[in-house]
Structures are given as C-alpha cells and as structure tokens.
Design a protein around this ligand. Structure first.
Ligand code: ZN
Length: 359
C-alpha cells in the first residue's frame, strides 16, 4: 500500500485579497470556517497567516491565538502550522506568536528574491526562529526556495538546531525565485533523500502550477499543498469557490497515483508529531516537573516538622491520642485534629498541565 498523502491547505497567505477572490478568508472567524470545510474535504494540515480587519498582514499573536483555539475546537487532531513569513512582520516580530504552541511553523533557511522584494532571512534570524521552535516543541517546515536552503536545514539538524526528522517543502513558481522545472524538482527530492533519508517532503507550486506540483508530489511519493494562498483558481476560467474546493481537487488527483489523503492521525505519525498537541508541550512539561519537585520538597519539610512536633501536621501538639468521646473539650480537640489532617489530606497534588488560556 502506498504512503498516504498529507494534504496541506494554505488558506489565506499574505498576498491574495477578496478582490482577487471573494472566498479568501480574512477574519479569524472566516479562517476557522474555511479550515473546517477543508478538514472535512480531506486536508490534514492547515498553514496560516493572519490579517488585520483591513486585510493587511500582521503577526498579531492574539489573532493567531484565536485561530488556534477555533481549529482545535472544530477540527480535532488537525495539524496547525503558523507562518513566520517575512511579509507579516519584521525581524523577531515574525516569531512572536510561537509561544502559543502550534504543531508546526514555517522556517525559511535562507534569503531569496520575491516578485517585488527580497525575502530576507539573515542567519541570526533563522537561528533565533529555530531556537524558539525548539524551545516550544514546534516542528519546523523548511521552506526551500532553492537548493542552498535544503543544505542549510541539514546542517542545522546536524548541530541540533533543528530536531530530526526534517520536513521540507520545495516551493516552485514564485517569480524571481525557482521556476517550475521537473528535473530540478527530482534533483531536490534525490538530494534530500541522500542528505536526510528520514526526511519527509511536500511540493508547493504557485498559481497555475499548484496543480502541477500536486501531481509531481503524488507521483514521487511526497505530500502536497493547495489553498488560496498560492492559487485562487480551479482552472484557467474558474475562480475557486473555496479552499475546500481546492482540497477536493487535490483529493481527486490522489487516485490517479494510487495514493489517498492521510487522516490526521496518519499525518501526525508520518511527521513524527504527538497525537494530541497540548499547548506548549515542553513548557508545560517543565512546569509540571517543577511543581512536582516543589511539592515533594514541601512534603518532606512538613514531614520533618511533624516528626519534630510529634503531631500529624506540626501545628497540633496534643495529638498522641485521638479523642473517642464527642464531649466538651474532646470535641474541640477532635475538630482541631480533623482540621490539621484535612489540611494534610488536601495537600495539592501536582496538577496536570492546564490548557493555556488563549483569549
Ligand atoms: Zn504562507
């Protein structure tokens, strides 16, 4: 049986507007609704940029947080991937929302020319974004706009800046960057297999080449990406009515290559992601360990105090004998004993990590 294909839906991006296609989701509510429809259609991973109300790009963590909350609620298990792309902020602002703990985030490991500007990713910024992802337990998706970015990702993995296994997305068809070229694409795939045999990969094409890259990826055993971020049309004459329609188009292609769309569970297994992503796994784990250590320390300190005071909790001295008759001073004494023990009995047990408040 061939490997199921993880279908990524890139719902919004930072370029298309409602003038290009009224179906481009802009508000967080529209984005969650569009993601849910895509999830129902067969997408297992959502890649997202957020926009301000006027449609301009932003890296506002509050908007990312509301989106994450909506997707976790309405699309159980779906893999969430935040964009750290350069259009939505400058410098470290691009990673300000990583502490929210999505499953994945995009990481371009080098700079490249875009249609009207340089997509600038200095080595310092790339290292910082990778470190933030490592810190928050987020798997990077390496955005490879050319060959050097694949080599850079492998080099970063070797020194521990990125955890293995790598997941790389080959991006083709961006004006002034790598054109859509089958031989180069096959060379990318061969090179990645040679340098990082356990890596997974996705092909992404822009505009009319979206479908080309979906086909090539399905044919060569990779995963594919669709969505209004990269392409607003179903074909030359028809605007895509929704992200879900583009997902259905990709799903229909799967059968031609004896592939099928991966479920969210399969997608998580293929990408070595946990089945349930609690917010900020590592931070929560560290905080649980800290709480447990503090509790244990306090428990031992209390036990030592109790032993010295010869009482159950160190603050009730005459507890050598539990009063047996409920009369007069014995009742008061028993109540004091109970108060002492109840405090001990309700000693806080290290709580499991609570979901992070996203509001
Ligand atoms: Zn993007």
């Amino acid at each position: 049986m061939s490997t199921p294909c993880i279908i990524t839906v890139a719902i919004t991006g930072s370029v298309p507007t409602k003038k290009d296609n009224p179906a481009v989701p802009i508000s967080v509510a529209e984005q969650v609704e569009s993601t849910h429809a895509s999830y129902e259609a067969g997408a297992a991973l959502v890649h997202v940029h957020v926009r301000k109300d006027d449609g301009t790009t932003t890296s506002d963590p509050e908007r990312f947080g509301r989106f994450l909350e909506g997707v976790r609620k309405h699309c159980p298990g779906m893999i969430t991937q935040f964009s750290t792309g350069g259009r939505s902020g400058a410098g470290r602002e691009r990673g300000a929302m990583l502490s929210l703990g999505p499953d994945m985030a995009s990481l371009a490991t080098g700079s490249v020319n875009f249609p009207t500007r340089v997509y600038e990713n200095s080595p310092d910024l790339v290292d910082w974004l990778a470190a933030e992802m490592l810190r928050h337990g987020i798997k990077p998706e390496i955005e490879a706009f050319d060959l050097s970015m694949i080599f850079q990702a492998v080099a970063m993995q070797k020194v521990g800046k990125i955890e293995r296994p790598l997941h790389v997305q080959f991006v083709m068809g961006v004006k002034n960057a790598m054109p859509v070229d089958r031989e180069v694409f096959e060379f990318y795939v061969r090179t990645l297999r040679r340098l990082a045999p356990d890596a997974t990969w996705t092909g992404a094409g822009i505009g009319r080449d979206q479908l080309t890259l979906v086909r090539w990826s399905l044919e060569l055993g990779g995963h594919c990406r669709t969505g209004l971020e990269d392409n607003v049309r179903l074909d030359r004459e028809t605007l895509a009515p929704s992200n879900a329609a583009l997902v259905r188009q990709a799903v229909a292609q799967c059968a031609d290559f004896d592939r099928r769309p991966a479920t969210v569970k399969e997608a998580r297994q293929l990408l070595s992601l946990p089945m349930v992503r609690s917010p900020c796994c590592r931070t929560a784990r560290r905080s649980s360990i800290l709480k447990a250590a503090l509790s244990a320390t306090f428990w031992f300190a209390t036990a030592i105090r109790c032993r010295r005071a010869r009482s159950c909790c160190g603050w009730i001295r005459p507890a050598a004998k539990l009063p047996t008759r409920a009369t007069g001073s014995s009742l008061r004494s028993r109540n004091r004993w109970r108060r002492g023990c109840s405090r001990s009995a309700t000693w806080p047990i290290p709580s499991r990590s609570r979901p992070m408040s996203l509001s």
